[in-house]
Write a protein that binds this ligand. Sequence first.
Ligand code: IPD
Ligand code: CA
Ligand code: CA
Length: 276
Amino acid sequence: MVNRDWTVLGEKVTSWINEAADQLRASLSKPLEVSEKSAHNDLVTNMDRSIEQFLIGKIRADYPNDKIISEEGYGDGVKDKRGVLWLLDPIDGTLNFVMQKRFFAISIGIYENGNGKAAFIYDVMADELFHCITGSGAYQNTRKLSALTDIAIDDALIDLSPTWLKPNRRIHEEIMTEIVRRSSGTRAYGAASLELAYVAAGYLDAYFTMRLSPWDYGAGLILLTEVGGLCSRADGSPIDILTKQSVLAARPGLHQYMSDHIREQVNQGRFIKEPE
Ligand code: IPD
Ligand code: CA
Ligand code: CA
C-alpha cells in the first residue's frame, strides 16, 4: 500500500486541470498546429502535446515514484500494475477540439496496484468536472451523483458510434442492430471519457465501443464503478487497464442484457475481434 492522502491529491489535480484548461481555452483564439497520426481523422495538435507535458511535469514534481501512461508518448513504458499508475489523456476528443472547439475533456484516472483510486474528467468548455475519490462518492462539480438503478433496454439511451453498425473489422455489423432498434435512442459524442462520465451521471444508460485505450477509459471506469455501474469488454469479460480493448459500460441490468446479447450473437457465429 502506498501511504497517500487522496484528498490532498484531489485538490492538487483539480488545480492542475484548471490551469491546463485555461491554456486550452486561450489556445482556441490562436492558430492550431494539427497533424494526422494513424488516419485522416486521428489528429494530434500542439496543445495535446503541451498539455500532456504540463500535466506530467506536475505529476513528476509531486509524485516522482508514480508511473504514467499517456497518449502522446511522454509517459513511461509501463509493464505492470504495481504502485501508483496515472492514466492520462490531455485532450480526449481532439477531433471535437479541432473541428467544434467544444466537447473535449482532460481525463485523469489514478490506480494503486490495479485498483481505481481517483478520477477526474473535465469538460473544458462546459466547465464541468466529473470526479471521485474511491469510496467517497462521485460528483459532477459539487453535485453528488446517485447510485445507478436499472433500466429496460426499451427505455435506454445508448451511446455508440455508427462505425459499429456498418461493415468493420472489429464487430459484425448486425450484432448491435437489435439493441439500437429496441432502445429509446442513440447518441455519439466523440469523447469517450465524457461519454463514460455521462453514463455515471445517468445522462446516458450505456456506452459501447470496440476500441479504446487505457487513457480513454481509465478515469471513466473508476467514476462509473463508484456509482455502481458496470464496465467490461464487449463480451462481459474484465477490463485490463494496461491494454486497448472493447468497452461496454452501463447500468447493471442493462449491462447484463447487452453483454448476454453480444455473447449469444458470437455463439451463433457472428464475430467480435478485440484490438491487438
Ligand atoms: C478518441 C475519442 C473518441 C473515441 C476514440 C478515441 P482522442 O480520443 O475518445 O470518442 O472513439 O477511440 O481515440 O484521440 O480524441 O483522445
Ligand atoms: Ca482519447
Ligand atoms: Ca487524446
